[in-house]
Design a protein around this ligand. Sequence first.
Ligand SMILES: Cc1cc2nc3c(=O)[nH]c(=O)nc-3n(C[C@H](O)[C@H](O)[C@H](O)COP(=O)(O)OP(=O)(O)OC[C@H]3O[C@@H](n4cnc5c(N)ncnc54)[C@H](O)[C@@H]3O)c2cc1C
Length: 468
Amino acid sequence: MQTELTNIVGENNFILNPGSQDKRLIDHRGYFHGKASSIVFPQTTEQLSQLVMYCYENDLSLVPQGGNTGYGGGATPDQTGNQILVCLEKMNSIIEVDKVNFTMTVEAGVILATIQQAAEQSNMFFPLSLGAEGSCQIGGNISTNAGGLSVLKYGNTRDLVLGLEVVLPDGRVLNDLNKLRKNNTGYNLTQLFAGAEGSLGIITKAVLKTFPLPTQRCCLMLAFANIEQLYQFYSLSRQQSADCINSFEYISSASLSLVNHGPVDASFPLNNDYSHYALVEFSCSSNLFELEPVVEKILELAFEQQIIIDGVMAQSESQRKSMWRFREAIPETERLLGGSIKHDISLPISKISEFLNAIEIRLKQVTENFYTSVYGHIGDGNLHFNLLHSKESNATKFKQQFEQKLSTIIYELTKELGGSFSAEHGIGQLKLRQLQQYKDPMALMTMNAIKTAIDPKNTMNPGKLINN
Ligand SMILES: Cc1cc2nc3c(=O)[nH]c(=O)nc-3n(C[C@H](O)[C@H](O)[C@H](O)COP(=O)(O)OP(=O)(O)OC[C@H]3O[C@@H](n4cnc5c(N)ncnc54)[C@H](O)[C@@H]3O)c2cc1C
């Protein structure tokens, strides 16, 4: 294979028989350890196309990898040692910034933070934002249809993509790299590859939507007596701010207490006595009106109507950062305390209260040996409902003993209430069983039919998303 790889990508662009400790062979959370016959770093679509064609002809399977920050193990090869890991990091150019069209055309290996910065340099805004933005790549974001902190206003990644170039499983190149906002010519192929987790082809280029750069931001930390009030504030503030909210993040008293007693240094601007908190950020790009007085008026109305019981507005950029720092400290604290049994669920917003009221009672029928950390992008109906071992027990043992039982209870109730067991982290190889269990059978059949039609030899990221 050395000769073929040298001919296709050049001698400096692959590693043969990588050692098992190579970090690219282990997923971000350390759940999956894979092996690969080689790791290849193509530099152009043409090289990648030739590589995939070679694999197709020789029945070799491939695993695409971006920044390797995904939560489902989708970018980790299997244990056979026969798969080829394809890393996109050398395909990292920003091809074009089109200020008139409000688009950017980029290669798939560009780091998300680089895209944000390039947009800003052109006085535009690329709104996808998440904790891994300094290392995840746009190809990985599109393939996992990542959500993040601004979904409320701008949508998930798939809503930010206009066109794609993709190397198909037989090596041919699909060019759907259009900049059009209207293109009513049949199936939307670009959307088929968004969220496909590399199971249908390797994304090589993308046309992304950009937006006017926000020039004003107002950030609040608020306390609520119950979830119903939290959603009253959500409606009020969306209505009265002319939908200027870009983030509406939930912090439960359990997550607050976890951070306050944990190893991460983060300060919270409100008193700790309440049950529910929200970090709410408003933004707008206009300089023709002032956002802050509007937000102050909304706060006034909310206090008058007794929707909020406490609240503070960031008075400086450093206070705003400190509020966000607290929100980001929650998953960091969980990790430093030995990890949690994570659940990334979504529910119709109207059902969240019912879920939260019922779930702990059901879980406690299995064990009382846990405590919760509940936070998330609640404006999108997305909760991270995580379970930690109680202090006297061991995190690994707790997961081994209880993960399956507790997670099943959470996913069953989520399903009963019309929700999804995977809101934004996808399937990968971690949630294959749940996909079979909770997805509509006809939807599964259609997904299988699409996979078989596009990848008849099942050489493109086999065993991920769809277990053919
Ligand atoms: C600290 C942290 C915070 C996070 N926060 C969020 C969050 O708020 N919201 C959220 O949705 N997610 C979040 N995530 C997970 C997030 O989805 C991923 O981090 C990111 O989108 C994956 O990008 P990546 O480049 O790392 O992809 P990888 O992990 O490398 O790959 C992910 C999947 O995409 C496939 N893939 C990668 N590149 C390509 C390509 N070019 N073509 C085809 N397939 C490809 C892989 O095969 C794999 O199946 C977070 C992760 C971390 C570590």
